[in-house]
Design a protein around this ligand. Structure first.
Ligand SMILES: [Zn+2]
Length: 90
């Protein structure tokens, strides 16, 4: 970590309070520790939201496929079985 420019202000929050010894590199720029971990926390929340939206969309699409593909109750059971088996591969 480059700590030669310790006496500068954080480019994100424009404060120099947390820039002393704890400045961290974020995409090549020195930012304060508070902004660095705030960014990391937002990225983790965004990842969790992406996973939840993916699961919801996957289930909605599977439900639509079940409705469209099934012409009678026997086909619904068969497609549900195939869907269950295919979930082990993903
Ligand atoms: Zn900052």
């Amino acid at each position: 970590m480059d700590t030669t420019n310790i006496n500068q202000t954080c480019p994100l929050c424009e404060k120099d309070k947390h820039m002393e010894k704890k400045a961290k590199l974020l995409y090549g720029y020195l930012v304060c520790k508070k902004c660095y971990y705030s960014f990391a926390n937002r990225r983790q929340v965004a990842f969790a939201v992406d996973i939840i939206l993916y699961i919801i969309c996957k289930n909605i699409c599977q439900g639509i496929v079940l409705k469209l593909a099934a012409s009678n109750e026997a086909d619904v059971d068969m497609i549900r079985g195939l869907s269950f088996l295919s979930s082990f591969h993903s």
